[in-house]
Design a protein around this ligand. Structure first.
Ligand code: KG4
Ligand code: ZN
Length: 407
């Protein structure tokens, strides 16, 4: 069994999409440093451009890691040396192949130089540990947990519990059959002249509109699928093969809702001035964080009441869609706790609706702090600790797995 001297650290590296991050985390979940460099180059493209992402990761990975080591060293009251490291953990997938490769290659050489093991982490498991590392106490002694992972690339529901070795096990009980939740936010945002990523903008602007529940009906949301009506067969043959005896699923769909918003925008002639709006918001200075204060006040000047109401109605429908599927699954599987993570878990309306429903159903619920909701390396290091203790190491042939699944 590997040595777990107190005070030792796992260095986590994350580069699966458009964030370059390095973090140092103790076994008890204490984060000594979590440095995240967000790429702004994609803002004008409505989504992440893979080639640009790889180039930016290459540029950022060394300074970001150096800064994390420096910050953690300052915290320790001495220069951080390799001897403090228990292991180097890195995101293996899912993600963009070229982007993952930058992190993996770098992590391999660091692990080799430091003479410590390399640990491969599934990005989706990382998102789950973003919650567990902060809120383990909320789930102490609770049976299976329902983990809701909602980001720009993924919308999954997992049943999670631990085996005798303390390793976490996951069973996928639902996924989106089309767009991911964050993708729907980003596409609707783009349609309305908002920069990428659109989720934080929609979140901030929706608070200034009034949601109309009738605008986007459940029928539109469920255009292609599904949700909460169990049991139901998975459509995709490959997925079915992986889950041969799992006919009860709680799949999600977001493309019907996105299409309904597009149709509404077109039929209500709301497209006028969208290009100018985008240029104005861009000129005002882009920031991936949720716009607030003066930036929000300035942005609000570019929206009329009808558009703000549309934004609020879209967000409300997306949130209801997620709440319905998550709680139906939790009830079906007798989950005693729920954790919500991934970029969309930063959404204030989703947090409020999930929390209210959980209180009503007396189920423990937890979210990551906002900084740990979106992609970061602290969650990768945290997810690596149980693997370190169980001696689950990667070898130096580790390669990116862009389509890596969890459960
Ligand atoms: O987890 P993440 O950083 O990257 C992926 O693994 O995809 O998630 C990014 C996604 C984007 O689609 C972004 O628009 C969305 O999370 N997002 C939000 C909010 N903050 C980020 N969506 C809704 N409301 C937010 N406040
Ligand atoms: Zn992510």
């Amino acid at each position: 069994m590997p040595e777990t001297r107190p005070g030792r650290l796992i260095l986590g590296i994350e580069s699966s999409c458009d964030e370059t991050s390095a973090a140092l985390v103790r076994q008890d979940g204490t984060v000594l440093a979590n440095v995240v460099a967000s790429q702004l180059v994609h803002a004008s493209y409505g989504g992440v451009v893979p080639e640009l992402a790889s180039r930016e990761h290459l540029r950022a990975i060394v300074p970001v890691t150096r800064e994390a080591m420096h910050l953690a060293g300052a915290e320790l009251g001495e220069a951080l040396r390799y001897s403090h490291l228990a292991a180097v953990a890195v995101t293996e997938g899912p993600g963009l192949a070229g982007a993952l490769l930058v992190g993996i290659t770098f992590a391999k050489s660091l692990a080799f130089a430091a003479g410590v093991p390399l640990i491969a982490v599934n990005h989706l498991e990382g998102h789950i540990h973003a919650v567990l590392m902060e809120s383990a106490a909320a789930f102490e002694g609770k049976g299976p947990l329902l983990a809701v992972v909602v980001s720009g690339g993924h919308s999954h529901l997992y049943l999670a519990d631990r085996d005798e070795q303390g390793l976490w096990r996951y069973r996928n009980v639902g996924r989106t059959v089309d767009d991911a939740a964050g993708e729907a936010f980003d596409k609707v945002a783009k349609l309305l002249g908002l920069p990428y990523p659109g989720g934080p903008w929609i979140d901030a602007l929706a608070a200034h509109g009034v949601a109309d529940r009738e605008l986007f009906s459940i029928a539109q949301i469920k255009q292609k699928a599904t949700g909460h009506v169990a049991p139901k067969l998975v459509k995709d043959a490959a997925a079915r093969e992986q889950e041969p005896d799992d006919a009860t699923r709680f799949d999600l769909s977001f493309s019907g809702l996105k299409t309904a918003v597009r149709r509404y925008v077109e039929t209500h002639a709301m497209q006028a001035g969208i290009a100018e709006r985008f240029e104005a918001l861009k000129a005002a200075g882009l920031d991936k964080a949720k716009p607030r204060g003066e930036a929000l006040a300035a942005a609000l000047g570019h929206f009329d009441a009808a558009t703000l109401n549309l934004i609020a109605s879209f967000q409300d429908a997306a949130v209801r869609n997620l709440v319905r599927a998550a709680f139906a699954a939790a009830e079906h599987f007798g989950a005693q706790g729920m954790l919500v993570s991934g970029g969309v878990a930063a959404n204030s309306a989703l947090r409020a609706a999930m929390t209210a429903r959980a209180e009503k159903q007396r189920i423990a619920i937890a979210f990551p702090s906002i900084a740990l909701s979106t992609d970061n390396a602290a969650m990768i290091a945290a997810a690596a600790w149980p693997k370190f203790v169980a001696g689950r190491f990667a070898d130096d042939t580790l390669e990116p797995t862009p389509q890596l699944r969890l459960g």
